[in-house]
Structure formats: C-alpha cells, structure tokens
Design a protein around this ligand. Structure first.
Ligand code: URP
Ligand code: ZN
Ligand code: ZN
Length: 471
C-alpha cells in the first residue's frame, strides 16, 4: 500500500513547510519534494494543512460512574474522535480495590475489542497500594505497556485515594519509569461543603461549582506537586481549570519539580454561568473540576502559550441530558460528572487558539499531539510527521467554517456543550497508519481496525522540562 500526499502544508510542533508525504505499509516512508510516486495513490491536500493525528490523553469511554455508564463507547467515541482529527486516545482503566490490576485491564480490553476505529491505549487507576499492587505495577508496565497511573484526590468514598497512596504511587512509578497523573481537588473539603449546602436545601446545578471552589483545586495541586518533589518523581495534573492550580504548577516547575499540566477545551471556552441555565440545563455543564469564572480562561491560555501547561485533553465523559444528567434533579451531587469533548478538542483549539492569535500553529500541534506522544511513551511512533513514524495524519482545511451542534456531531450523546459555537478550521480527511478513517468528511473505516498500543516508559531524553532552575 503506497500513498502520496501532495500540495499540502506540513505542520509539526516545530516546523511549517510545503512538502510531499510518501506513505508505505502504515508508515511514513519519506517527507520531501519530488518523491518517487510510482504505484502510489495520490492525495491532493491543496489549500490544507497536514499535521500529525491528534492524541487525546484523557478519555472515559463506556465507564461506570455516578450511578450510570458514559454514553460513548469505544466505537462511537473513537469515530467521533476521528471526525475531529484525533487518531489516538488514551482511556482511563478503572480498578477495583482488593482485585488484581490485571482484571481491570482485561475488562477494558473486553470493552474496546472490535470497536475502535483508531489506535488506543490505557492509563491505570491506582486507589490502594499493598503488596499485590506493588508486585503487579512492574508487570503492568512491562507486559501491558501501561506506563502512566492515575490517582484521584477527590470523589470521596468513590475513587479518592489518601496522600500515603499518592506518595507511595509516586515513589513506585519513579522507580519503574512511569508517570503519575492526578485529579487534583481536595475531596474531603468538597464532601463537607456538599453536605452543608444540601442541608440548607440548595440543590441546583450551580452548587456543584460553588462547593468545589478554585482554592480546593489549587490546594490539591500544590500538595501533589510537593509530594512529587519529595519523591523526586514526575507528575501530570489532569484537567487544570483555574489560576490557583496553574500558579502551583508554575511554582513547582520553577523549583525544578517535574510537573506537567493538561487543560481541556471546556475550561478555555466556557464559564461557571453555564451552570445557572434554567430548566436544569445547567446539569449539562457539570463536571469536575467545575467551570470557573471567566477570568480564569486568560490564565489558562497564557499558561498554554508559555509552556506552563503542556497539553489539551478532552476529558470525554459523556452523559445524556435526558436519562442520565437528570439523575441529579433535586440533588446536584447526583448529577453524573462529565461532558462530551472528544470530537471538538482539536478544532476548537485551532479556531480559538491559532485563528485568534493566542498560540502559534506549531504550538497547536504540540499541544494536541506531539507533547502527548512524548509524555506518554508514544513518540516518535506517534505525534510527528517523519520517516518511520506511523502515518497518522490529518488533512485540515484552515478556512472551513462550521457551527458546532449535537444535530451534526458524531458522539452518541444527546447534547453538545459548545452548541451554536461558530468555528474556523475542519478536518477533511484523517488517516490512521496510512488508512483513511475519514475521507472527505465521511467515515470509511470499520470498527475494530484500531489497535491497542503498548507504551514506552517515561523518557527524560524525549521530554526534559525547559524551565529547570537550580537553587
Ligand atoms: O467530571 C469529570 N471530569 N468526569 C470524569 C472523571 C474525571 O474526574 O476525570
Ligand atoms: Zn478527574
Ligand atoms: Zn477525566
């Protein structure tokens, strides 16, 4: 199988240039001009950018949560991701206390089997450390290629782990070359605040935000950074939503602590007032951390621009408004937490970030793809356009205009949190390992073609922090 992409402008995390891309047997064979194209299918990318497929480091597909299960599974979720220009996802595999980690991994393989249209991998949740877990962690890394572990500092009595567990996970992950990810909110304080407002009869969606103020995210982020410094480990803070958390990450990085931060499109573009929409519509915007006052958005954009936050995850965790979100009518704590962003993650960052001059085109590629590949052990197989890399490519029209809507999106969920937003830039065709998944805006791939990716250990050579300051 040979293909050649001609006339496009190639964009990587570092360069923008006109060249052809020759694809042979799933891989990029060559990038250059006047490449030998005998027997190759010619793909014309005139007027388009060609960039490496997006890598979404944060999804929850078919995940049991909040008394229900997320609406998008590995089929609908990866189809929507592909339409949006994402060719790899890393989903969170939940574990059960007292049960082998390997059981959870088996469950996640069963969910994803024969479903995905793009490649995928798993992070693994750690909620307890004991002898069995300590024995399993190196096996999971070596045998399953799972090199990132997630610890929740919130969701008391559900997922929340204590500081001893977080610290022990950091120490263990460092020893074995893995990266620890945290959901950083102070779950104990949130639990107290929730009980208090419910006693006062305050049950509307807006109280979700008011009981999870930015201070509790800032505090937990700072605590996780401090523990990472003590353990001399590495940390990735998921879904950073506010100035307080960004401040802690900057402080830690300036002190030489190896901390990385992810934000999500919802925090860059939506604000807390959405939770006050009438007729319970505010529930559509309930996820954790919650949306913040609008001024936090500038802080997040600046942090992305200045490499204080490195990546954009979707935190795809979709629940229907009707039939799922409404479990929380009369009690905001029962609204399943999460929203649908897997499809629009790449396009909204391009439209609101590049087109509006907040970040450069090359930063955009770094944030949606390259940096994720580097941090999560997929580079240079994924995340770049270079000879030898997988031919995961997006042919993107930077001038196409469209309006985001649940009527036209490909996610299974019954609403879109960006409904009515007009954006510029759209994936036209998307290739995964040299095969079209989306061709001229139509799905052309079969579920099940996506492959599970074993990932490499964290590599200091590939990803060294730029801001290390010696004391
Ligand atoms: O509300 C959210 N973010 N739901 C997904 C689970 C998590 O905390 O990432
Ligand atoms: Zn979370
Ligand atoms: Zn999440």
């Amino acid at each position: 199988m040979r293909k050649i992409i001609k006339n496009g402008t190639i964009v990587t995390a570092t360069d923008t240039f006109k060249a052809e891309i020759l694809i042979e047997n799933e891989k990029i064979k060559a990038v250059g001009t006047d490449l030998p194209s005998e027997g190759a299918e010619v793909i014309d990318a005139n007027g388009c950018y060609v960039f490496p497929g997006g890598i979404d480091p944060h999804t929850h597909l078919e995940m049991p949560f909040g008394g229900t299960v997320t609406k998008d599974d590995f089929e609908t979720g990866t189809i929507a991701a592909a339409f949006g220009g994402t060719t790899t996802i890393i989903d969170f595999c939940l574990t059960d206390k007292g049960k082998p980690l390997k059981d959870a991994i088996k469950t996640w393989h069963a969910k994803s089997k024969d479903k995905a249209v793009i490649d995928y991998s798993f992070h693994l949740m750690i909620s307890e450390i004991n002898e069995n877990v300590l024995k399993e962690i190196p096996k999971v890394i070596e045998e399953d290629g799972i090199t990132s572990f997630k610890v929740f500092m919130a969701y008391k009595n559900v997922f929340q782990a204590d500081d001893e567990t977080l610290f022990h996970t950091l120490v263990t992950a460092k020893e074995h070359g893995a990266l620890v990810m945290v959901h950083a909110e102070n779950g104990d304080v949130i639990d107290y605040l929730c009980k208090k407002v419910l006693e006062e009869g305050k049950t509307d969606p807006i109280y979700h935000a008011l009981t999870r103020p930015p201070e509790v995210e800032g505090e937990a982020t700072g605590r996780a950074c401090m523990l990472t410094g003590l353990a001399n480990a590495r940390l990735y803070v998921v879904h950073v939503s506010c100035a307080q958390a960004v401040g802690k990450i900057i402080e830690a990085r300036n002190n030489g602590i190896q901390v990385y931060g992810e934000t999500c499109p919802q925090y860059l573009l939506l604000d807390q007032s959405a939770l006050e929409k009438p007729d319970f519509e505010g529930a559509k915007y309930v996820w954790s951390p919650p949306l913040r006052e609008k001024w936090h958005q500038d802080v997040l954009w600046n942090a992305l621009k200045n490499d204080q936050l490195q990546t954009l995850g979707s935190d795809q965790c979709s629940f229907d408004f009707k039939g799922q979100k409404d479990l929380g009518k009369g009690d905001f704590t029962k609204i399943p937490n999460g929203g649908p962003f897997i499809e629009d993650r790449v396009s909204v960052l391009f439209s609101e970030g590049v087109k509006k001059g907040r970040i450069t085109l090359n930063q955009f590629v770094d944030i949606v793809s390259t940096k994720n590949a580097k941090l999560f052990g997929l580079f240079p197989q994924k995340g770049t356009i270079a000879a030898g890399s997988d031919a995961d490519l997006v042919i993107f029209d930077p001038n196409a205009r469209r309006t985001i809507s649940a009527k036209t999106h490909h996610m299974a969920v019954d609403y879109n949190a960006f409904e009515g937003m007009e954006i510029t830039g759209e994936p036209i065709s998307v290739l995964s390992r040299g095969e079209f998944v989306i061709r001229d805006k139509k799905l052309v791939a079969e579920p099940g073609r996506g492959r599970y990716l074993k990932r490499a250990k964290f590599s200091q050579e590939i990803e060294a922090p730029k801001q290390v300051v010696t004391k």
